[in-house]
Ligand binder design. Structure first.
Ligand SMILES: Cc1ncc(COP(=O)(O)O)c(C=O)c1O
Length: 402
């Protein structure tokens, strides 16, 4: 039989598939404070070419085989030495798995830990990609209040007690303690210790997402939560996305053996891309640290350009507040609660300007309309100035958007 109409998949799609994620804007707006792209000019193209070429000469024939299920061993060795030197995390290469970006790590851990309606604690506003994953696993996501130094320990304790009182199981505290996305804060050591002592008391593991740690502009050192924990309750994820580029799709997860065993079961697609890992390994062993320093010099200038423009075009405290991050890629802008930056977004996009509204980062996506995450990584300093000026003009010209 020769059916002429196209096959209809509509009725077959799983009910658990979440709504479509809006596609990234193409072409990109002129003033792009939305998605966290690094500056395309800073991608180390020739170094990556020579690293790949050297790696293929040495080991190219191994591409005939499936990679190690935990990922290319030499790259795991590099990461283990980096983590032990720089983050006080003395792990061996076999205590980690390389993944398709750190998002896959977070996805895998969610698959291992979360049953529907389990509670996951996060910072009040946190990375939208992780929220999407937690929602995919039908977690009950509860945001903990934060101030300029991160999660407020007393609110953490209060929320844990309230949740446990109604008999719900808390599976995880997910936190980005260093140069948080989107709020920009960095948690001081004493507060890291306080948070840890609460989670230890209530037997809740922490997922520490450290993907911004190397984008450190003030050179203050903050120990990883993992290094402060003697009870092995912390699971740690990191990534090459912010130090080389998200196109590398290379991240990693460090976890205690019990969890690692389960992660290996849920890891899909076999070992991570060996072709990419070979290049990243050679590059990391030669030029990575030098390049991180020079890129940080550029990012620091861009951060300062955005802070200066905000001071110039907004009145701090009267009209707006914003964060002053020591690192990372984001400034968090908070306007008068009556103002709706979600509604302003299409107007801004018509003017070639983009940002991400605060609602994207709140577990309850109705909260945060008066806030926005502004990423300073992509545009040049002069464009940042023009873009922030435009944003303030659009806000003033659209007072009815509230
Ligand atoms: C806090 C945080 N974690 C994880 C990711 C995902 O990174 P990757 O590209 O390694 O999947 C991002 C990306 O922006 C992020 O901000």
């Amino acid at each position: 039989m020769n059916y002429k109409t196209n096959f209809n998949f509509e009725n077959l799609i799983s009910n658990s598939i979440p709504d479509l994620i809006p596609p990234k804007e193409h072409p990109k707006p002129k003033f792009d404070f939305g998605v966290a792209y690094p500056d395309p000019e800073s991608i180390p193209i020739s170094e990556l070419i020579s690293s790949l070429s050297l790696g293929l000469e040495e080991e190219g024939k191994d591409l005939a085989y499936y990679p190690h299920p935990d990922g290319y061993p030499p790259l795991r060795e590099f990461i283990s030495s980096k983590l032990s030197k720089e983050r006080g995390i003395p792990v061996s290469p076999d205590q980690m798995i390389l993944t398709d970006g750190s998002l896959e790590s977070i996805y895998m851990l969610s698959e291992v830990l979360i049953d529907p309606d389990d509670v996951v604690l996060t910072e009040k506003y946190c990375y939208s990609g992780t929220l999407r994953i937690f929602k995919r696993f039908s977690a009950n996501i509860i945001g903990v209040d934060c101030d300029d130094s991160g999660i407020i320990p007393s609110d953490l304790e209060k929320k844990i007690k309230e949740i446990q009182r109604v008999g719900k199981k808390i599976k995880l505290l997910y936190t980005i303690p260093t140069f948080q996305n989107p709020l920009g804060f960095c948690v001081p050591e004493s507060r890291r210790i306080d948070i840890l002592s609460i989670t230890q008391q209530f037997q809740i593991p922490i997922l520490e997402d450290d993907c911004y740690v190397d984008l450190n502009y003030e050179k203050n050192n903050y120990p990883s939560i993992y290094s402060l924990d003697s009870s092995k309750s912390v699971i740690y994820v990191g990534s090459f996305s912010k130090i080389i580029g998200p196109g590398t799709r290379m991240g990693y997860i460090v976890a205690p053996d019990t969890i690692l065993e389960k992660l290996r079961i849920v890891k899909s697609g076999g070992g991570v891309n060996q072709f990419a890992a070979i290049a990243i390994h050679r590059y990391s062993n030669t030029n990575l640290n030098r390049d991180i320093n020079s890129r940080n010099d550029i990012l620091k200038i861009k951060r300062d350009a955005m802070l200066k423009a905000l001071t110039q075009y907004f009145k701090f405290d009267e009209e707006a507040k914003w964060s002053h991050p020591e690192g990372g890629l984001y400034i968090w802008l908070e306007l008068n609660p009556k103002f709706d930056l979600l509604k302003l977004l299409p107007v801004a996009q018509k003017h070639n300007l983009s940002y991400q509204p605060g609602t994207m980062f709140h577990p309850d996506s109705k909260i945060g309309k008066n806030c926005a995450r502004l990423c300073f990584g992509y545009n040049q300093p002069q464009q940042i100035d023009q873009g922030i000026k435009l944003l303030s003009e659009l806000i003033t010209a659209n007072p009815d958007i509230d």
